[in-house]
Design a protein around this ligand. Structure first.
Ligand code: AMP
Length: 279
């Protein structure tokens, strides 16, 4: 496994190695857990060359957010990636990705302003820009992404379509702790008491799914039940919405492909999760 810190170096390595090879790519911000590693594993199975990036992208954090305390665990990440058969690891610094005078940004309009985009203005502009840059550098056929960040996948699929990129996103299932909490680097922020309360997200989602199975299709009823579960656990709701799984538009009634999406603060930690309510 080779590690590259500059755009020029990884370009050169890929140019030499990648001829006629199907490149698979897993972009991450590091502090790797089993969720990330499931993507690397799938990438290794489905591609000829597994490229992983570790880069904490400042452009997707707002000034008051957790950029400075975002978990960093470089040495351990590298060991894990070696065990999971990554071939090339790209770990650029900010000067590589946003050199002095940098001024080009990509925005997927509409989809970037709702749900997490409404609470975190500019977040998806930062995500779209860095992922477009990484796609240009790595030129993957397949890019493996987790459905935990469901809106991110929808935004990036639209960017790929609109800009005619030759990369396909492989949607990967959410990896969860035994009690159902979606794995996330931000779970490290939770105290043990908060960690227990954090299971309210999956409980709310599962309850909604169960009610749909029993015939309740009204979004307002499903959302109010989910709100109760979150409030009982003393969670602060950022949003709970039921949306169409392709367009992310809000639904008054659940139909096939509908998803419940939520963002909840447990203490100061903002957690997100989502679940398809009806296949
Ligand atoms: P991040 O490092 O948080 O930017 O995440 C990098 C990639 O890992 C994204 O595609 C995430 O959706 C994915 N990911 C994060 N957590 C999980 C999880 N629990 N299960 C599956 N994929 C995940």
């Amino acid at each position: 496994m080779q590690i590259y810190k500059t755009v020029a170096e990884i370009r050169e390595a890929l140019a030499a190695e990648a001829l006629h090879k199907k490149i698979g790519f897993v972009p991450t911000m590091g502090a790797l857990h089993k969720g990330h590693l499931s993507l690397v594993e799938k990438c290794h199975l489905e591609s000829d060359l597994t490229v992983v990036s570790i880069y904490i992208n400042p452009a997707q954090f707002r000034p008051q957010e957790d950029l400075n305390r975002y978990p960093r665990n470089f040495e351990k990440d590298i060991d894990l990636l070696r065990n999971y058969h990554a071939d090339l690891v790209f770990t650029p610094d900010n000067a590589q990705m946003y050199p002095e005078g940098y001024c080009t940004w990509v925005t997927v309009e509409g989809l970037s302003d709702i749900l997490c985009g409404a609470s975190r203005p500019g977040h998806f502009r930062g995500v779209s820009t860095i992922v477009l840059k990484l796609i240009h550098i790595v030129q993957p056929k397949l890019m493996f992404m987790g459905m935990k960040d469901y809106q991110q996948i929808i935004v990036l699929e639209k960017m790929i379509e609109d800009l005619n990129l030759d990369t396909k996103i492989v949607r990967c299932p959410i990896v969860r702790e035994p009690d159902g909490l979606a794995m996330s680097s931000r779970n490290l922020y939770l105290s043990s008491e908060e960690r227990q309360r954090a299971t309210c997200l999956i409980k709310a989602l599962k309850k909604a799914q169960m009610m749909v199975n029993e015939g309740c299709l009204s979004s307002s009823i499903l959302i109010s039940e989910a709100e109760n579960i979150i409030k009982q656990a003393d969670g602060k709701i950022d949003y709970i919405k039921i949306v169409d799984g392709s367009t992310l538009q809000e639904l008054a009634e659940v139909h096939s492909g509908a998803r419940m999406m939520l963002a909840v603060y447990i203490g100061n930690t903002r957690l997100i999760d989502n679940l398809e309510l009806l296949p």
